[in-house]
Design a binder for this molecule. Structure first.
Ligand SMILES: C[S@@+](CC[C@H](N)C(=O)[O-])C[C@H]1O[C@@H](n2cnc3c(N)ncnc32)[C@H](O)[C@@H]1O
Length: 321
C-alpha cells in the first residue's frame, strides 16, 4: 500500500501496487476517493457562520454504513455496527484530526470513543447559522446539537424576526430556543431533563442572551401543555421535535406513532391566532403523509432535509399554520 502526498507533505490519496511480471498495476482505494469527494462536496458549507456539518452520509456518498460529522474541526465518525473498515480507519487517521467514534445503537447508547488525534478535555463551541452552541464528545450518546435540524433552526430565526413568543417542547439543549431568542423572541424552553435545561441556559449565555428574560420549564410536555391552556397562555410559534420513544418521571410512555396526534392537538390549543407550529419526527416507521394525518392542522407543508444528509429522508419536518 502506498501513500500519495502533495509537495507540502500533506496526504492526498492511497493506492495498492501489485508487482505483475515486469510492470505494476495500481488500484486506487475507492473508499478513500469517495470519502475525499464527500468532504470536498461540503467544503462550501463550512464558513465563518457554520463550522459543523455532516461530511459523509453513508450510501448517499457511496459509503454505506459510515457517517462522519465535523464539529469545529473535530470529527465524529459513526457506524451502526462494531467495526470501521480498515481503509476508512486509515483515511481517518491520515486526516490528522481529532477523531472520535460512536456506535449507533439506540439500545446501548454508549459514549463516543477517542480514536485518533487530540483527545478532547471538555466541552467546546461550534457555530451554526452565526449562532454559538456548546458541544461535548464526553457527555454521553448525543453531542449537544442535532445537525439535521440546521435548516429548521434557520427557518425559526426567519419566522421569529421581529419577536413573538416561542414554545420549544422536548427542547434538549435549546437550539430552537436560542434561534428564536436571538431574533428578539420571548422563549419557553421545556424538557424532562434538568441537566439539558442547564445546557440550554449555557447556550443562551454563549450568544450573549440574558436567561432572566426567558422561561425554562422542567417536566413532561403533555402536562405543561394542559397547564398552559388552563393559564390561558398562548404562543406565536411552537416547536415539537420529540424522541421516538420516551418515559417520563412517572413512568408514562410516549411513542410518536401513538401519541403525536394528541400532542399536536394540545399544542394547537395554546397556539395564537395566525401562529405556526413545526412538527418533526425522525421515526423511520412512519411516512410523511401518515405523520401529517396525525398532526391534522388546516395548513401543512413538509420540507426536505439539509443537503449534507443525502442518504435517507428519515427526518420528517412539517410546518403548520
Ligand atoms: C431527540 S431530543 C429532542 C431534540 C431537540 N428538539 C433539538 O432540537 O435538539 C429528545 C428530548 O426530549 C426530552 N423528553 C423526552 N420525553 C419528554 C417528555 N415527555 N416531555 C418533555 N421532554 C421530554 C429528552 O429529555 C430530550 O432532551
Amino acid at each position: 500500500m502506498n501513500d500519495v502526498r502533495w509537495e507540502s507533505g500533506k496526504w492526498f490519496s492511497r493506492y495498492f501496487s501489485f508487482q505483475f511480471f515486469s510492470f505494476s498495476v495500481f488500484v486506487p482505494t475507492v473508499i478513500g476517493n469517495l470519502l475525499d469527494a464527500a468532504v470536498a462536496k461540503r467544503a462550501g458549507m463550512l464558513d465563518g457562520g457554520t463550522n459543523a456539518v455532516r461530511l459523509v452520509d453513508g450510501a448517499g456518498d457511496g459509503v454505506p454504513g459510515f457517517a462522519l460529522e465535523e464539529y469545529a474541526g473535530r470529527w465524529m465518525a459513526m457506524t451502526p455496527g462494531g467495526e470501521i473498515k480498515r481503509e476508512v480507519k486509515d483515511w481517518l487517521k491520515a486526516s490528522g484530526r481529532s477523531v472520535y467514534w460512536k456506535r449507533l445503537d439506540q439500545h446501548q447508547k454508549e459514549s463516543p470513543m477517542h480514536l485518533y488525534g487530540e483527545a478532547m478535555e471538555g466541552a467546546f463551541a461550534i457555530r451554526e447559522n452565526g449562532l454559538g452552541f456548546e458541544v461535548s464528545f464526553q457527555s454521553g450518546y448525543s453531542q449537544g446539537i442535532f445537525l439535521d435540524q440546521r435548516k429548521n433552526r434557520a427557518e425559526v430565526m426567519r419566522r421569529m424576526a421581529g419577536g413573538g413568543k416561542l414554545l420549544n417542547l422536548f427542547s434538549y439543549t435549546g437550539g430552537f430556543s436560542v434561534a428564536g431568542a436571538m431574533c428578539g423572541g420571548e422563549t419557553t424552553t421545556l424538557d424532562l431533563s434538568a441537566p439539558y435545561l442547564e445546557w440550554a441556559k449555557r447556550n443562551f449565555q454563549m450568544n450573549g442572551l440574558d436567561v432572566e428574560g426567558q422561561h425554562f420549564c422542567k417536566g413532561d410536555a403533555f402536562h405543561w401543555l394542559k397547564r398552559f391552556a388552563k393559564q390561558g397562555r398562548v404562543f406565536d410559534g411552537i416547536v415539537i421535535d420529540p424522541p421516538t420513544f420516551s418515559r417520563d418521571e412517572k413512568g408514562k410512555v410516549f411513542r410518536v406513532e401513538k401519541d403525536f396526534g394528541e400532542l399536536s392537538m394540545l399544542a394547537g390549543k395554546v397556539l395564537a391566532k395566525g401562529g405556526w407550529m413545526l412538527c418533526c419526527t425522525n421515526f423511520r416507521g412512519i411516512s410523511e403523509s401518515d405523520f401529517m394525518k396525525m398532526i391534522a392542522r388546516p395548513e401543512m407543508e413538509g420540507v426536505v432535509m439539509p443537503e449534507d444528509f443525502p442518504e435517507e429522508a428519515y427526518l420528517k419536518s412539517v410546518w403548520c399554520e
